[in-house]
Write a protein that binds this ligand. Structure first.
Ligand code: ADP
Ligand code: ZN
Length: 352
């Protein structure tokens, strides 16, 4: 069992990582509402509720369509009916959807109560459970409602990964590659050395704790530096401005990891075109994504003009100009730069 501290002054917290660690957790005083989706409830709710010492469980139907502010309000209403006061807490056990909705509910219930993250997907373990971004979708756009609200603890038990479908595993792998490309050349080399091990279930407990630890450590450092994304935290969007465009055009049927992988491939091409990244770096990024069975071409028959138009509408842009993160080496991202639409079109064309 290992602990990483995310330093954020009064809002600092620990991330605990290990295999089968849930039962070893110390119970905290005060009442807890466990929030989970229907799939995770069936698999793990009893075990997690017992580890937390609570019998209060709220669950919602698994899937992106539950990621609405109404679900967060339902969590709050359940807490209110249970007479939860400011000292009570929520615990989110599940993937990114559960973490975002529960965190948002915790941000607004009685103007903010504590919540803990117990990620059960690889994506949530390496990315979304750390950093305090919470929220929900509205018909007008993804993640348009939300708040920064840091968890009071993150507990990552790699035993949950055993039941994860391969497609979900790959969503997490895409974010791991992203983290390595922007921040850690050594982690990238480690992934390159033995990509098959990332799919071998019997080895999960050997492979993943260290990789997850490193990703959380890196994300924690960035978040400590720039909690509310006024500057450097934006590098975590590597591959995402491109990726969000494909997600949007696919009507959100494309898994996030596939969109981010294609997005990184496009960002790599643009970086080479602009002379900031070497061809060798792009080749290595492409080879690793390939080995992880992630796309390096546009996944679908989309028009490059539509993709560029979709990028222009990304909520991270300022003053209507498209900004993208590029790398100058493997393990070294630069702050976002404004990109010319002609160049963006060309970058997409190169991965058609
Ligand atoms: P993400 O973490 O990818 O953002 P979601 O919260 O949408 O995603 O979770 C993806 C799917 O995986 C959901 O259907 C969820 O119920 C399911 N899921 C989450 N954790 C596990 C697990 N440990 N085993 C099997 N399925 C899981
Ligand atoms: Zn992502």
């Amino acid at each position: 069992m290992e602990k990483i501290r995310v330093e954020l002054g009064e809002r600092s917290y620990d991330i605990t990582i290990g295999n089968k660690i849930l039962s070893r957790l110390e119970r905290e005083a005060g009442r807890t509402l466990l929030v989970t989706d229907s799939t995770v409830k069936k698999l793990y709710a009893r075990e997690i509720a017992s580890a937390l010492g609570t019998e209060h469980v709220f669950s919602f139907p698994a899937g992106e369509s539950s990621k609405r502010p109404e679900t967060s309000l339902d969590i709050c209403r359940t807490a209110a009916r249970l007479n939860f006061d400011r000292k009570c807490r929520f615990a989110a056990a599940g993937g990114g959807v559960t973490g975002d909705l529960t965190g948002f509910a915790a941000a607004i219930y009685m103007r903010g109560i504590e919540f803990i993250q117990i990620p059960t997907t690889l994506l949530a373990a390496v990315d979304s459970s750390v950093g305090g971004k919470t929220g929900a979708d509205i018909p007008e756009g993804k993640n348009l409602i939300g708040a920064f609200h840091q968890p009071s603890a993150v507990v990552i038990d790699t035993a949950f990964l055993a039941t994860l479908p391969p497609a979900e595993l790959k969503n997490g792998l895409a974010e791991i590659v992203k983290t390595a490309v922007i921040l850690d050349g050594q982690l990238f080399e480690q992934l390159e050395r033995d990509p098959e091990s990332l799919f071998q279930k019997p080895d999960f407990e050997k492979t993943y704790p260290q990789i997850i630890r490193r990703c959380c450590e890196l994300k924690g450092m960035i978040v400590s530096e720039d909690e509310c994304e006024k500057g450097r935290r934006a590098i975590l969007n590597y591959g995402h401005t491109f990726g969000h465009a494909v997600e949007l055009l696919s009507d959100y049927t494309l898994p996030h990891g596939q969109a981010v992988a294609a997005g990184m491939a496009a960002a790599g091409e643009l970086a080479v075109m602009l002379g900031v990244w070497s061809k060798e770096c792009v080749r290595r990024q492409k080879a690793l994504l390939n080995m992880l069975e992630l796309p390096v071409k546009i996944p679908g028959k989309y028009n490059t003009c539509d993709l560029v138009a979709a990028m222009r509408r990304d909520k991270k842009n300022l003053n209507g100009r498209t900004r993208v993160v590029l790398c100058s080496d493997i393990g070294c991202a630069q702050l976002p730069v404004e990109a010319d639409e002609k160049d963006l079109t060309e970058a997409w064309e190169r991965i058609r």
